[in-house]
Design a protein around this ligand. Sequence first.
Ligand SMILES: O=C(O)CCC(=O)C(=O)O
Ligand SMILES: [Fe+2]
Length: 253
Amino acid sequence: MIPLSDLFKDYTLGEAERRALGQNGHLLLPGLLTDQASSRLVLSLRNVVQRGKHAVKGHEPQRFSAEFDDYLASLINHPQMLALARNILGQDIRYDHCVSLVRPPGTPAMAWHSHEYAEDDPSLGFIRIFFYVSGFASDDGGLKVVPGSHLFRDRSISAKNDVDLRDDWLLGKTHPETGEDLNIEHLDAPPGSIIIMWTHAAHGVVARKADSTTRYCVVYAYRNPGRSSDARWISEAFEAQPPSGCAELMPLY
Ligand SMILES: O=C(O)CCC(=O)C(=O)O
Ligand SMILES: [Fe+2]
């Protein structure tokens, strides 16, 4: 058994923060991870990269990260993780996936996209909790977003770069609540940052510079049950024998 220790430092996720998340589609909590959790996460992410060298198609360590590392598995129902997810989604939640997002120097950009879940039912939420262990700069492996884009619940957002997104999906769109034009925002995140993002939000990633360090990141996803999920990367074996205390988080519905 791995002893449980604090994942997050003190933080506030109250009405104002929930409103910002609801309006922008993402919420950056700078430097929230404890130093101990950050160090432990880097070891786990290196382990997953190592295991990935012998990946079996359909059950890749990168996509099923918690299934290849006990520490990552132990965080699925860490009390602070569940409190965070339930603060946003309410009491009835399911675990959906845990994916490593390790970007070595020279990793190319990731194009604009969004993800699916229950497009027909806005009462069903799906959040991703990104652990940006090493942080990022807006021009070096940074996440970019479009505040308000999640409110369209459009699973098919896609553009190869900022110019194409502006010329296509963004064209003429305004924020459904504020009425302002939608705009691209390039984020900056200090080490240990958490970013919470609704899954339908438009996002992309800028290239990691060739002379930079490796960017360590892992994302945990939770959702309300009610629809199937394309990103539910849980193997049959893991679902049949989930980590201790996680059984109620596992079912699809
Ligand atoms: O690597 C990142 O920062 C984000 C990757 C991404 O688009 C995702 O996990 O959905
Ligand atoms: Fe994505």
